[in-house]
Design a protein around this ligand. Structure first.
Ligand code: NAP
Length: 244
């Protein structure tokens, strides 16, 4: 058990997260999963926490992980909200409203940052810094790129992913000091066949709509091969840099 790699997956009911989990379990690794919903599988190498992503719940799960003193070699943060039963992404300025924007920023920026805030004390501990590398990948999106935005729309989702990138860049600078074995990645999976992209798949060519398994393998490869360089990498599924 001591030598098995441990990966923390936050937002573990995401279709991409489930594929990452399945790849890791098939490889004999250990997965700690966190989700609002209960586990859909049971496995001896899977520990599952149900969370409402409140400050208290996140603290309690992070304390639990820290108390076990099993270092994490990877952290994946999959949380992302684009649409729900009440709203779709904004097409024009008049569609923008406080309620939708607040919900999207809460899930896409605030909850991931709360996780990093609660994980940082453990990542800074000597027993965790002794790990060769801790890869932390947060699911971002190409639409969060200011340089790449040529078609507009999706105000709240775009702006939330841009804000997420800035927060992650700032965290990378801090962690380079406090936990220099950490590598932060802001990852764009490409259009992937999940609930999140369902309403927008009609005009995506079949060869451009990825399976969660394809993306999971790409993400794990990037997490495992990226260099620890004290900064944030904004990368797509093909390991190519995306302009900020
Ligand atoms: N699919 C794509 O084409 C695509 C493209 C670009 C970027 N992304 C990004 O990839 C990530 C994973 O998404 P996916 O495609 O795998 O979609 P998905 O299967 O719909 O997963 C949604 C994720 O967001 C979390 N979530 C959704 N609503 C939430 C809420 N109200 N409060 C808290 N958490 C909530 C879920 O966490 P629970 O486990 O707690 O349910 C889950 O981790 C997202 O960050 C998304 O922005 C996806």
């Amino acid at each position: 058990m001591q030598n098995i790699k441990v990966t923390l997956l936050i937002g573990a009911s995401s279709a991409i997260a489930k594929s990452v989990r399945d790849n890791l379990l098939a490889n004999g690794e250990f997965v700690i999963a966190v989700s609002r919903t209960t586990a859909d599988i049971s496995h001896p190498n899977l520990e599952w926490f149900v969370s409402d992503y409140s400050d208290q719940s996140i603290s309690s799960i992070c304390n639990n992980i820290a108390n076990s003193m099993r270092p994490l070699c990877r952290v994946g943060i999959f949380l992302g909200l684009l649409h729900n039963d009440d709203f779709m992404p904004e097409k024009k300025l008049e569609d923008w409203n406080f309620d939708q924007s607040r919900k999207i920023f809460h899930v896409n920026v605030e909850i991931p940052l709360m996780w990093l805030s609660k994980l940082a004390p453990m990542l800074s501990k000597a027993w965790h810094r002794a790990e060769p590398k801790v890869s932390i990948a947060t699911l971002s999106a190409r639409v969060g790129s200011i340089g790449d935005n040529s078609i507009g729309g999706w105000y709240s989702y775009r702006a939330s992913k841009t804000a997420l990138n800035m927060a992650l860049k700032t965290a990378a600078i801090e962690l380079a000091r406090r936990a220099p074995n950490t590598k932060l990645i802001s990852f764009h999976p490409g259009t992937t066949d999940t609930q999140l992209s369902k309403p927008f798949q009609a005009r995506v060519p079949a060869n451009k709509l990825f399976t969660p398994d394809f993306v999971a393998k790409r993400l794990l490869n990037i997490m495992d091969t990226s260099n620890v360089d004290g900064t944030l990498s904004y990368l797509d599924w093909d390991d190519k840099s995306i302009p900020w």
